[in-house]
Write a protein that binds this ligand. Structure first.
Ligand code: GLN
Length: 382
């Protein structure tokens, strides 16, 4: 067994979901909506299952989906991508793996921000790379040019950016993105941009990709997720876009990772991306759920950190006068209150004395009755 896997445990998301099932808790841990999915997408998938080929589509994905992804990004983000630059993957997690495998050679340093999706660091290490962490400070999790400069060495090849940021739910500002772009150009780096939360933002500003920054088009792997856009996390349809040789290399990695991904679902996602009405309805639904959970948590005396995006709200235990660590809070909330959450310290690779241990993440994309019951349990317990 490779040492990377010999040493690791099970991801916090899987662990909390399994525990929630075991004790019958309400699951506000792992990020997924549990309301009914958009009916038009279920119909589209069902039509595709019955009426279209169920055999291998092209490895890079259905041409119709690749074209729909380009049209979606042209419309929503002003990006000029061609279908040949897009590879459809089995979820964004495969795209992240493919990008790391395509770009990282043994000994290469990769700058990762903390907190981060817990898949990044092990993937980099498995590729032989060396993760170099840049800590983002709560509550604003700002990207500071000085911290980037302190992390870079002649061996740095890649930077991994997740904007909007899970678990914090914060969004990089224009000036922060410009600083990251200038940094990548100055040090000749490629950026792996995990933008799965690009559609789930609430500050009124549309998403801006690092790919759209001056001089960055050829230096970015832009990763997206139908699971996050449509609230269909079990479909595992994602994609990655890049230019030139980088796009070709990504396609080569993907052909020997999963080769391709479920074709009826690709048809349905292609149809969904053209449906502005579905995107708007989901946005309105999630916005209302976010407000509902925030109001309820605050009514229970909990301090909610600033949030502009993602399906998550974070609470600050210290500011709420709760003397437990995030891990203790999550464990006890699960067993004593029957509500699963995610301790944010689990999303700091390696961890250190600088890892904050007072922040807990809750997923709000749930029906009103589920949120209300969870809030009743939390209020009675804290
Ligand atoms: N990204 C999801 C979350 O933050 C988890 C993904 C997973 O469990 N693989 O909850």
């Amino acid at each position: 067994i490779h040492p990377v896997y010999a040493e690791m445990g099970t991801t916090v998301f899987e662990r909390m979901s399994a525990l929630a099932r075991e004790v019958g808790a309400i699951n506000l841990g792992q990020g997924f909506p549990d309301g009914p999915p958009p009916a038009a997408l279920l119909d589209a998938a069902s039509r595709a299952l019955h009426e279209r080929s169920n055999q291998y589509p092209p490895s890079a994905g259905l041409p119709e989906l690749r074209a729909a992804v380009c049209a979606h990004y042209a419309r929503t983000q002003g990006l000029d991508l061609a279908p040949a630059q897009v590879t459809v993957t089995s979820g964004a997690t495969e795209a992240i793996a493919a990008a790391v495998l395509a770009l990282v050679a043994p000994g290469d340093e990769v700058i990762l921000f903390q907190p981060a999706y817990d898949a990044y660091a092990p993937m980099v290490r498995r590729a032989g790379g060396v993760p170099v962490s840049v800590l983002l400070e709560p509550p604003h999790y700002r990207y500071e040019a000085a911290a980037l400069e302190a992390a870079v060495t002649p061996r740095t090849r890649v930077i991994m950016l997740n904007d909007p940021l899970n678990p914090a739910g914060t969004v990089a500002g224009e000036a922060e993105l410009a600083a990251i772009a200038a940094f990548c150009i100055a040090h000749d780096l490629v950026a792996i941009c995990d933008e799965v939360w690009e559609q789930v933002r609430f500050d009124g500003r549309t998403h801006r990709s690092l790919m759209a920054c001056e001089g960055m088009a050829g230096r970015v792997v832009k990763i997206g997720s139908a699971g996050k856009i449509f609230g269909l996390t079990g479909w595992k349809i994602g994609w990655m876009a890049a230019q030139g040789d980088l796009a070709v290399a990504l396609g080569r990695v993907h052909q020997f990772l999963t080769f391709t991904t479920a074709v009826p679902l690709q048809w349905a996602v292609a149809e969904g991306l053209g449906r502005g009405d579905i995107l708007d309805a989901l946005h309105a639904e999630w916005s209302a759920s976010r407000d509902r959970l925030k109001r309820g948590l605050e009514a229970a005396g909990l301090v909610v950190l600033p949030n502009a995006a993602t399906w998550f709200l974070c609470i600050d235990l210290a500011a709420s006068g709760i003397a437990l660590s995030d891990a203790e809070f999550s464990e006890r909330a699960l067993r004593e209150a029957g509500v699963a959450t995610v301790p944010v310290s689990a999303l700091y690779a390696g961890g250190s004395e600088r890892t904050p241990t007072h922040i807990v993440r809750l997923c709000y994309t749930k029906p009103d009755a589920v949120l209300d019951e969870a809030l009743t349990r939390i209020a009675a317990w804290v």
